[in-house]
Design a protein around this ligand. Structure first.
Ligand SMILES: Nc1ncnc2c1ncn2[C@@H]1O[C@H](COP(=O)(O)OP(=O)(O)O)[C@@H](O)[C@H]1O
Ligand SMILES: Cc1ncc(COP(=O)(O)O)c(N)n1
Ligand SMILES: [Mg+2]
Length: 554
């Protein structure tokens, strides 16, 4: 257990050491403070460590403009850091008169007063990470550079704000040379949106993911240690894709694009969340992933809030602090209709066809699976968790819920959307206690009594079968279409039918005529086939047709 971690010498902030039960175990010199941070695994967030008798709280200093509308700039940074449990001090570079319609005025603060604010904070407080937003003049950029060369910080996050979402200029092109030549080479990460990336690169075209990848590499060549090119405004992109380049690897970080007008300030919040996570000691890639997830969750939560009458509304950064129950991502992703084509993986079949679980899941989603369950009976826990974590990322980027069979621990560890449990697994109410109200729980039921119990115990849906005989479950009771119907009628919960279902019998199952039968769960008919996506596509088309007939007939 890590006992304490503190700088060896204040005059040499880049040199860190770790004490392990009062014994120094590592001393190392680094090129920059960020090297020092990323080399060690911090077992406790800085907020939980005691320095002498006082708690040290991770600290981000935001150097940015004020947004009177409260959605972007300094206000966004303060709220984001508060939401992430990090202290935020503020150095205001400009005051804007701004609302959801646009920017009505910009008042740039005098350089010497910006310097005064910066020195006041840096000389007195232990700042971990500096995050910059609106730097409206070359003079202010120089003041910033001077201050961070005088006072040690652990990382510098540069959000090269130039134009607001409303199209108003916040820093004109005269700032570009100092960004390119001085600020970027000092940055641990620069987070540029499409317009900013294009401006930094002298006006290159930014329309595709490939353009973003090229830009990330080109901006990296200007000297920052990491680059994130944000694709919030990528035309015609179904997902919100950001490109991360760390000098070695390019990562395509994708999340569902939330359909909302409330995206004002996403860039500021993303950068300050990255800064907050770095201040806690997180490695760069994890910090970015957490930040992206934070934005996604906040946008989902705030998607329908109405603040102001303009085109770009702010979102609610502080959702975590609200008492009102909010819908989790899992709850947003799941609806009874998602049970339509329920793909259940099987490692035996993947082995037979020489595929990884992730490839199988990708193919099923590509073909039109509406929900995925990982049913991996042969994998060791570690292996299962790794596969599940990768599948969560794939499914989330496509808006498809992912459930884990049996293993509540795996579901919790990989933050899956929920679990599917059988009658001999953990009791439903225990799983609910462990998972909380925001995750999805499905229960296998063969009788009306079990179906009724599942509802009382707080399940979200029922998996009912075996409808037909199957090789994928040994000694499974066959309940037939009549058994399926009686389970459906005994419960208010949505039901998905399972057991030996394939393209030739799926329509007969859907035609039993009970409204809460929402779909079919399929194993072999998808995964024991040469082309998973083709088979999934065919079955999806059949199910859509069966639904159409039912709805038409009503
Ligand atoms: N509608 C959306 N749904 C989900 N994520 C979004 C959406 N719009 C923007 N984002 C994310 O918000 C972050 C900020 O991106 P972007 O809007 O491109 O930057 P900026 O706010 O600086 O213009 C990125 O991670 C982007 O993927
Ligand atoms: C003071 C200030 N700083 C930054 C932004 C950029 O935010 P967005 O790109 O969401 O408009 C802004 N509008 N105002
Ligand atoms: Mg934005």
């Amino acid at each position: 257990m890590l006992a304490s971690a503190q700088p060896l010498s204040t005059s040499s902030p880049w040199m860190n050491f770790l004490k392990f039960d009062k014994t120094t175990v590592a001393v190392q010199r680094f090129r920059s403070p960020w090297d020092a941070r990323s080399c060690f695994t911090w077992h406790a967030p800085a907020s939980m460590m005691r320095d002498g008798s006082e708690f040290k709280i991770p600290h981000v200093m935001s150097v940015a403009g004020s947004d009177s509308g409260g959605g972007a700039g300094i206000q966004a940074d303060l709220k984001t850091c508060a939401a992430r449990g990090v202290y935020c001090s503020t150095v205001i570079t400009a005051v804007t008169a701004q609302n959801t319609v646009g920017v009505q005025g910009v008042h740039i603060l005098p350089e010497d007063f910006v310097a005064k604010q910066m020195k006041a904070v840096l000389s007195d407080m232990q700042v971990d990470v500096v995050k910059t937003g609106m730097i409206p003049s070359v003079g202010i950029a120089k003041v910033l550079l001077q201050c961070i060369s005088e006072f040690p910080i652990r990382a510098l996050v540069v959000d090269p704000v130039m134009v607001s979402t409303s199209g108003d200029v916040l820093a004109d092109s005269s700032i570009l040379p100092v960004f390119r030549n001085e600020l970027l080479p000092t940055a641990d990460i620069v987070t540029a949106n499409l317009v900013e990336a294009s401006a930094l690169l002298g006006g290159v075209q930014m329309e595709t993911i490939d353009d973003m990848k090229f830009a990330a590499k080109s901006i990296y060549d200007m000297g920052p240690r990491n680059v994130l090119v944000k694709g919030g405004d990528l035309p015609a992109s179904l997902d919100a894709v950001d490109i991360f380049f760390d000098g070695k690897n390019l990562y395509e970080l994708s999340s569902a694009r939330i359909n909302t007008r409330n995206t004002h300030g996403t860039g500021c919040a993303l950068a300050s969340c990255i800064a907050a996570e770095l201040a806690k000691g997180s490695p760069m890639l994890s910090a970015i992933k957490v930040a992206k997830r934070f934005i996604e969750t906040a946008l989902v939560y705030s998607k329908d809030i109405e603040i102001g009458g303009g085109l770009q509304g702010p979102f609610d950064h502080l959702l975590k602090l609200k008492n009102v129950p909010h819908r989790s991502l899992a709850r947003c992703l799941f609806s009874p209709e998602k049970l339509l084509l329920y793909a259940v993986t099987n490692s035996g079949m993947n082995e037979k066809w020489g595929r990884s679980i992730t490839d199988a899941v990708k193919a099923a989603i590509e073909g039109g699976a509406t929900i995925v369950q990982l049913r991996e009976k042969n994998l060791e826990t570690r292996e299962f968790l790794e596969a599940a974590t990768a599948c969560v990322a794939i499914c989330r980027s496509k808006g498809v819920p992912l459930l884990i069979n049996d293993r509540v621990d795996i579901a919790l560890a990989c933050d899956a959307d929920g679990v599917h449990i059988g009658q001999s697994d953990m009791p439903t109410c225990t799983a609910r206690c462990l998972l909380g109200s925001e995750k999805i729980i499905g229960v296998s039921c063969q009788t009306p009594e079990q179906a009724h119990r599942a509802w009382i115990d707080g399940a979200d849906y029922i998996g009912c079968g075996g409808v037909y005989s199957t090789n994928t479950k040994a000694n499974n009771l066959i309940i037939g279409l009549d058994g399926l119907k009686s389970v459906c009628l005994a419960s208010n919960l949505p039901v998905v039918a399972i057991g030996g279902i394939n393209s030739s019998n799926a329509c007969s199952v859907m035609e039993i005529g009970v409204p809460n039968l929402k779909g079919v769960a399929v194993v072999s008919a998808l995964f024991d086939r040469e082309c998973i996506s083709t088979e999934t596509g065919k079955l999806r088309a059949l199910l859509e047709e069966a639904l159409g007939t039912q709805n038409g007939g009503n």
